[in-house]
Design a protein around this ligand. Structure first.
Ligand SMILES: [Zn+2]
Length: 286
C-alpha cells in the first residue's frame, strides 16, 4: 500500500484532547503523508473560559473551543475534523450532566453509529482513542472510549448500522496512554508548587493519585521528531481558552509534556495476543 492510501482516525471527547494527547503522533503521520482525521464527540461546552475569548462570531464556549480546534487541525496538518454532535457532560456530578444532549446521556450504541459512519467514509487502517480509564477519569473520555471500541468492531459488519455506509474494517485499534511515570512524577511534584494532586486541573476535580495504580500495557512507542514536536506545540497553543489564567489543565500538561512529551505511548487493543513493542502504528499493515 502506498503511504498516501493510509488514513488514521483519532476519536476524542473534547477540543484539546487531540493536541494535549497524541498530537505529536498525529502530526508525525500527517507529515509522512498519511491522511489524519480527528472526530470529536463534543465541542467542549462545559469548560470555563475567560470573557476575552468571545470574539466576533464566537458566541458560546462551544464556538470558541471549536474555532481553537480548527486552528489546531491546521497546525497538526489534519485532513479533516468531525463533530459527533454531542455536548460536553462536564465532570461527574456537575449540572452539565443533566443537559439532554450531554454525551453521558447518549447510549454507547448511538454514539458508535456516528463513529461507524465516519470510519466507513474515511476508511482509516488505524483508529486511536482514549484509554478505558478516560485518561484522568473524565466521563466523556470513558464514554468516547466505549463507543469507539464498539464502532471499531461494528464498522466491518454488513448487518450492523446498515444505513451508515458500506462496511469497512480498520486493521488496528490503539488507546493513547499517559505514561505512568508521568503521573507518578506529577503526584510528587505538584505539592512542591502548591497544588493538590487530588484536586488537579482547571476545575480542580481530577484525582491524579487515583490513577497512578491503573496500569495499561504499552505496546507502541512513537518517538516525536522536532517537526512533530513543533506542530504539537503550535496545536496546543491554539487552545488558548484552556491555557489562560490560573494553573489550567492544559498549561500544566504543557509543562509536564516538556519533560515527558518526546514520545507518545499506546496500548494495542486489536489485534490482541501479541506483546511486542512497536514503533510504528501502521506496523504489519501491508
Ligand atoms: Zn477531554
Amino acid at each position: 500500500m502506498m503511504t498516501n492510501d493510509r488514513a488514521l482516525l483519532f476519536v476524542g471527547a473534547h477540543p484539546d484532547d487531540e493536541s494535549f494527547g497524541p498530537g505529536g503522533t498525529l502530526a508525525r503521520y500527517a507529515q509522512q503523508g498519511v491522511k489524519v482525521y480527528v472526530a470529536c464527540a463534543t465541542r467542549g461546552e462545559a469548560g470555563t473560559i475567560d470573557p476575552q475569548f468571545f470574539m466576533s462570531g464566537l458566541v458560546t464556549t462551544g464556538d470558541v473551543r471549536w474555532a481553537e480546534m480548527q486552528c489546531a487541525a491546521k497546525a497538526l496538518g489534519l485532513s479533516g475534523i468531525f463533530h459527533l454532535g454531542y455536548r460536553d457532560s462536564g465532570m461527574a456530578g456537575s449540572p452539565d450532566n443533566k443537559h439532554p444532549e450531554a454525551l453521558c446521556n447518549a447510549s454507547t450504541s448511538a454514539v458508535a453509529e456516528r463513529i461507524v459512519r465516519i470510519i466507513r467514509e474515511i476508511k482509516p487502517q488505524v483508529v486511536l482513542t482514549h484509554d478505558p480509564h478516560g485518561d484522568y477519569g473524565h466521563p466523556d473520555h470513558i464514554a468516547t472510549h466505549k463507543a469507539t471500541v464498539m464502532a471499531f468492531y461494528a464498522a466491518g459488519e454488513t448487518k450492523t448500522y446498515p444505513t451508515a455506509g458500506n462496511p469497512f474494517q480498520p486493521s488496528k485499534l490503539y488507546f493513547n496512554v499517559f505514561p505512568r511515570r508521568f503521573l507518578k512524577f506529577a503526584v510528587r511534584v505538584l505539592p512542591l508548587i502548591g497544588q493538590d494532586p487530588k484536586k488537579f486541573g482547571r476545575n480542580k476535580d481530577i484525582d491524579l493519585t487515583a490513577l497512578v495504580g491503573e496500569e495499561m500495557p504499552v505496546n507502541a512507542i512513537i518517538k516525536l521528531d522536532p517537526a512533530a514536536l513543533k506542530a504539537k506545540k503550535a496545536a496546543s497553543a491554539c487552545h488558548r481558552s484552556q491555557l489562560a489564567g490560573g494553573p489550567p489543565r492544559g498549561g500544566m500538561l504543557t509543562v509536564f509534556q516538556r519533560l515527558f512529551g518526546r514520545r507518545d505511548t499506546f496500548t494495542l487493543a486489536f489485534p490482541t495476543g501479541d506483546n511486542k513493542r512497536e514503533n510504528d502504528l501502521f506496523e504489519g499493515i501491508p
